[in-house]
Ligand binder design. Structure first.
Ligand SMILES: O=C(CO)COP(=O)(O)O
Length: 124
């Protein structure tokens, strides 16, 4: 099972905080984490093992969308910053669209991500 993690710069601390809150639960589930480049770096520094792809603006969102389209992802956690501009906004929209096309659970804020993680970790 693979989960994709992405956070815009203003939300990277939220992503680390969110994941740290599930650290114990995540030890008991067979989950591989994959992330866009800089998000992955922050996650790695917080002590998690994570596959790092390209940085978002350089194609990382597109790589994650391709994985979603190929049904390699169980869910996508994408903490977007709605108060900032992003040069790769088309890629952001494309990733969310692909998740909807393929019915991949997508959480764009910690409240939704917590509900999805609670459901996930309660299965084990
Ligand atoms: O830009 C992003 C998502 O759109 C995230 O990319 P980074 O994790 O490389 O910062």
């Amino acid at each position: 099972m693979k989960i994709a993690l992405i956070a815009h710069d203003g939300k990277k601390a939220d992503m680390v905080h969110f994941l740290s809150g599930f650290k114990d639960e995540l030890k008991h589930v067979n989950i591989d984490l994959v992330a866009t480049g800089t998000t992955g770096l922050h996650i790695e520094r917080a002590g998690f093992k994570v596959q790092r792809l390209l940085s978002g603006p350089l194609g990382g969102d597109a790589q994650i969308a391709a994985m979603a389209a190929e049904k390699q992802l169980e869910m996508v956690i994408f903490f977007r910053d709605p108060l900032d501009k992003h040069p790769h906004e088309p890629d952001v929209q494309m990733l969310m669209r692909i998740c909807d096309v393929h019915n991949i659970p997508l959480a764009t804020n910690p409240a939704a991500a917590s509900l999805m993680f609670q459901q996930l970790t309660s299965r084990f």
